[in-house]
Ligand binder design. Structure first.
Ligand SMILES: Cc1cc2nc3c(=O)[nH]c(=O)nc-3n(C[C@H](O)[C@H](O)[C@H](O)COP(=O)(O)OP(=O)(O)OC[C@H]3O[C@@H](n4cnc5c(N)ncnc54)[C@H](O)[C@@H]3O)c2cc1C
Length: 493
């Protein structure tokens, strides 16, 4: 009889792992508390609008392609990708800049701002490309269970080139002087959940992902990727149980025997938890089987939380790109409010996505689909309706001023989502949006373990484990966990 695996959570990590495990012939059951797959990359449909609830930047297309290829499929079997050009627009206090997808145009733009910077950019990106390739070959697919995984001459040689000890802030400053160029180069680091001063220069590989590999969009929305992975999982024989939160991981001796839900007990030979790590250990496991204490979690540096607005307009807009970054207020002050002295920001920077500019199918005819993201510190008290409304008015005012038209009065639909919702919908520790910050102290072996040291057949995957936050890393994480489980179960035979 096939060995049975229970997976908790159907985000990118759970979906990815389920496909790999089912393709090995295991009986795979995915338990999901929500009524749809995708986790943080959920879909919200209202009044003819289709809102992607979380991710909107499709970076590292090679990782998605690599996933589908392992099942003899292509991303294009499921969705059509378009490369965005310009990749995004940045609004400054006194104008805006479009970041071209084309390398030649980008170089020319840099050179106009700072003579000599085009050569610096080529040097910077060539080095970032090496980090990306080495990172993918030597590090990204390691579970980080022990330092011995890294005891290999090639890995050590590669490690020396990964720029782990220098901050990306310093790395950028050594290449560029113009403040706008520095800000553009530091922007992708915002996805990593820590200040550029505290993020290793290794992550200049994100600049390579941004400027060389490009910003893509799956027509129909990011949710098409979730649907693709879900369809594939179903084809491979995975069983999904929606609206079926796991209440407890059942353990006997040192072994998980299954999971408990409101519908009853489901026995399993191995359990893979892809829901938020803190929730799984602290709420689904008895005390003696937890590896990490509350103090451990309090000492972790989390990525920020967010205030999100899913907005439907009753008319079209001009003056925006698909992705827009409002860097029109002081970056340092907002960063301080997130990272060093957590509090609600007064004049936040924000991100505005307008996918209906590329893809009319996500809004009703004549309407515009907007998604606004304001990063805020994780764990803030006071996520109240009045505060959310104040920010909405401020953001709409700033957009209206820039576009020279009243956007506020064109709102026909608006749903907000804040730190409290992250806690309630996803069981996110302190309302984090993208897991742990990517600092050196929370990298590789220093991340929460992918295999429990207390329950031999309990495994973990997802954005709080290796390799980290983001859709591509979550997909990789599912693959790593599936390999660990396959090895474990095959050794039992
Ligand atoms: C606002 C926002 C914007 C983002 N933007 C980008 C972007 O542009 N590009 C990018 O690449 N990444 C982005 N990310 C990050 C990316 O979305 C995540 O890293 C990734 O989706 C995480 O996948 P996961 O499977 O690890 O976790 P999740 O998606 O959180 O999945 C975990 C699942 O577990 C379920 N669950 C929780 N508890 C239980 C339980 N007890 N029983 C059963 N199920 C349970 C949850 O409902 C959820 O479905 C963004 C994230 C957010 C929040």
């Amino acid at each position: 009889m096939a060995k049975r695996i229970s997976i908790i959570g159907s985000g990118f990590a759970g979906l990815s792992a389920s496909c790999f495990l089912a393709s090995k012939g295991f009986e795979v059951h995915v338990f999901e508390s929500l009524d749809q797959p995708g986790g943080r990359a959920g879909l919200w449909e209202a009044n003819g609008f289709k809102f992607d609830m979380g991710p909107s930047w499709y970076w590292m297309p090679d990782i998605f392609e690599r996933f589908f290829q392992q099942f003899h499929r292509k991303a294009s079997d499921f969705y059509t990708l378009v490369r965005l050009n310009p990749s995004y627009r940045i609004f400054w206090a006194d104008g805006f800049t479009d970041i071209p997808a084309d390398n030649q145009a980008l170089t020319t733009m840099f050179e106009q701002w700072e003579p000599g910077s085009s050569k610096a950019l080529q040097r910077y990106l060539a080095e970032a490309a090496r980090k990306y390739e080495l990172g993918m070959k030597k590090f990204a697919f390691k579970p980080g269970l022990s330092w011995t995984e890294f005891v290999d001459r090639d890995v050590w040689r590669a490690l020396g080139k990964m720029d782990l000890l220098q901050s990306i802030h310093r790395h950028i400053a050594r290449h560029f002087h113009h403040p706008r160029i520095r800000q553009i180069m530091a922007f992708p680091v915002l996805f990593l959940g820590a200040l550029p001063e505290h993020t290793p220069a290794l992550y200049s590989l994100m600049n390579y992902a941004d400027m060389a590999l490009g910003t893509w969009y799956p027509m129909g929305g990011i949710y098409r990727v979730v649907e693709a992975m879900y369809i594939l999982a179903r084809e491979l024989g995975v069983s999904f149980h929606f609206q079926c939160p796991v209440q407890q991981i059942l353990v006997q001796g040192q072994k998980a025997t299954g999971v408990l839900t409101a519908a009853g007990e489901y026995p399993a030979d191995a359990v893979l938890a892809t829901a938020d790590y803190h929730h799984v250990e602290q709420e689904l496991l008895p005390d003696k089987f937890r590896q990490y204490s509350e103090t451990y979690w309090q000492r972790r540096q989390l990525s920020p939380s967010c205030l999100l607005y899913y907005i439907g307009l009753n008319r079209r807009l001009t003056g925006l790109q698909h992705h827009n970054l409002f860097f029109d207020t002081d970056f340092a002050t907002h960063a301080h409010d997130i990272y060093t002295h957590p509090r609600w920001p007064e004049q936040p920077l924000f991100y505005l996505c307008a996918p209906s500019l590329t893809d009319p199918s996500v809004a009703p005819p004549g309407g515009e689909n907007l998604f606004v993201l304001i990063p805020v510190a994780a764990g803030l008290e006071g996520d109240e309706a009045a505060r959310r409304e104040t920010y909405l008015q401020q953001v709409m005012h700033r957009i209206s001023q820039r576009l020279g038209t009243d956007v506020f009065n064109a709102i026909s639909y608006c749903k907000t989502f804040g730190p409290e919702d992250f806690v309630h919908r996803y069981h996110a520790y302190r309302g984090n949006a993208y897991g742990l910050a990517n600092t050196l102290r929370q990298t590789a072996v220093l991340k929460p373990r992918m295999r429990s040291s207390r329950v031999e057949n309990l495994f973990f995957a997802g954005q709080l484990t290796a390799p980290g936050p983001g859709m591509p890393p979550a997909i990789i994480s599912g693959e790593i966990a599936a390999k660990l489980i396959t090895k474990y179960l095959q050794e039992l035979l």
